[in-house]
Design a protein around this ligand. Structure first.
Ligand code: GLN
Length: 247
């Protein structure tokens, strides 16, 4: 699924690896195709409209066991919006149709009449912030590594289970449900969120964090070579300033 250009996240991961001489192979696994999950270090699952989710959701159940085993074996996963919802316990569409999820994230989503569509700015969970700071090889330390900026467009409202960890706290926007100020969910190296954008081009600190975790499981802790992210941070900071000044 790739609503709103979420594949831009894959392009970012590939380029940031290639710029460092790290070889990357991409495989698109579609419905009806087997998932040899143990071959993958990084999974990406983009957004999709309710109708698409009904089709993809049925197929995902067949892939669940291997995907969850890979995540439990420290593989990295980034999921956005519709993909994020299908990785939860279930998604009840606004028409009342239940799409069973695979319970990778202990959470559920209920379709609502409210469409949450706007820029979304969050403060990253403090523990994850520290991990990112230790990994991201910023040239200028002045860059603010504490937040993520993107945009959201969903009517589903996600509610986290009591033991679930949020990706962060909403500064501006709706996030999971426009009620409890949480955004996204984290389980081991699996991340779900509503941050379209696509997310990673303007959040290179998070992109590099995901790359380093994906490499670490196969090669042990690694130090990524710094890249010139001045353009990425210009875009990031411009968007953050615009959101903060929106009142
Ligand atoms: N169909 C889901 C919703 O509206 C997800 C939409 C999306 O992926 N942007 O909540």
């Amino acid at each position: 699924m790739n609503t709103y250009g979420d594949n831009g996240n894959i392009i970012t991961i590939v380029k940031r690896c290639q710029w460092r001489g790290i070889d990357v192979k991409i495989s698109n696994v579609s419905i009806g195709q087997p998932l040899s999950a143990s071959d993958f270090d990084f999974f990406f699952f983009g957004g999709g409209q309710d109708k698409t989710q009904i089709i993809v959701g049925k197929d995902l159940i067949q892939k669940a066991k291997k995907l969850i085993a890979a995540i439990n074996n420290k593989a990295v996963l980034l999921s956005i919006c519709g993909g994020y919802q299908l990785l939860q316990n279930y998604f009840k569409t606004k028409e009342g149709e239940i799409i069973n999820g695979i319970s990778l994230f202990d959470a559920y989503t209920a379709g609502s009449k409210e469409r949450m569509i706007q820029d979304l700015l969050i403060e990253i969970d403090p523990e994850l912030q520290n991990e990112i700071k230790n990994v991201y090889p910023a040239i200028e330390q002045s860059n603010c590594l504490t937040n993520l900026i993107g945009f959201e467009n969903h009517s589903g409202k996600t509610y986290l289970g009591k033991n679930s960890k949020a990706l962060g706290r909403v500064i501006k926007g709706a996030g999971n449900n426009n009620e409890d100020h949480t955004e996204g969910a984290v389980y081991k190296n699996a991340f779900g969120c509503y941050l379209h954008g696509s997310l990673l081009p303007k959040n290179s600190h998070f992109a590099d964090y995901l790359i380093s975790k994906a490499l670490e499981r196969r090669y042990g802790p690694i130090k990524l070579k710094p890249l010139d992210d001045s353009l990425e941070w210009k875009a990031h900071n411009w968007m953050v300033d615009r959101v903060r000044n929106q009142g």
